[in-house]
Design a protein around this ligand. Sequence first.
Ligand code: GLU
Length: 406
Amino acid sequence: MKSDPYLQRLNVHLASAQPSATYRMMDRVAARRAEGAKVISLSAGEPDFDTPAHIRAAAIDAIGAGHTRYTQVAGMRALREAVARKFQLENGLACTWQDTIVCSGGKQVIYNALAATLNVGDEVIVPAPYWVSYPEMVQLCGGRAVIATCDNNSGFKLTPEKLSQAISARTRWLILNSPSNPTGAVYSRDELRALADVLLKHPHVLVLSDDIYEHLIFDGAEFCTIAQVEPRLAERTVTMNGVSKAYAMTGWRIGFCTAPRWLLDAMEKLQGQQTSGSCSISQHAALAALTGPQDFIASSRRVFQARRDMMVEALNATPGLRCDTPAGAFYAFASCEGLIGKRSQGGALLRTDEDVALALLDEADVAVVHGSAFGLGPYIRIAYALDDRALQQACNAISRFASACN
Ligand code: GLU
């Protein structure tokens, strides 16, 4: 039977949004592995470590103790208190548990904040390179992403001049992400100060500070977040964080933020009609993460810094690739300009960075995500969240692939 032509009509905002480029590449990897290929995946941005044992034990204990029912929509009070303490002690933010909300991953914090505030045509300034989901979330919420391209000359960071140019009467939000996915760039206190000075002149602009990579910062650099640098911005800033990256808990889906109360109320209302709050077991695990021993953070930072050094050296020794040393996160964002226009050994013409990423997958069994998906090409993003042996193998395969291009 022929189906009704209106049956498959989608929401207009969803219809014109793009699927997540990171997940698309992860799906491709899964498909290639199902065919029997031994792919080394440097595509997913998640730590390869297991969640620390005491956190896993806390989750098991929570199940045993019967903590298996709904929690409050905004999260268990004990977890919100731990989140508030984290923001006070680590970030110098004046905040109580009522100034926080717990969501199902950092993604839901961002989505809730945007969905709660955007009306059709509202603008959101997204510095590029950006994490793939920011512009699409803006689009899903009916807003318009205003991309401020920040190239290598400014270390991939937004400058006060670029910010001033991007602000209009319709600007609703500025999204900041430091350390950055995909470049690993870290904003210094002075750089945030300069951006804050611009924002103080535009009281209609909200700020979303995605600090999810806070603890992955190298060479002893200092982490700062904008509401700490300029407390007058706190009344219009969402300071977002979570347990995924700091405690290797990506699958547990716990993110949180501190934000002004009017916005938290709106986010809670939305969440109450949507997920009813986060998984109770995950919340107990997150509580153990935030209140238990913190040595995992320093040890994983040390491991990632050593991997970064190895990765950057190998990439810069590869013909056609060039990579500055990232200051944080676990990504290398390498220019592949030197490969553009060449042909791979397998016969693929490399016109774009996406061609490079696809040929690397097909011919070298290494998965990376192309830079254009993050708003700046020709680059490839390499997530170095694998053990040294796998990373070394991947570097060798990338090098063989690039050397054979002509
Ligand atoms: N944040 C990670 C990444 O960029 C996880 C995947 C995603 O949510 O996009 O790879």
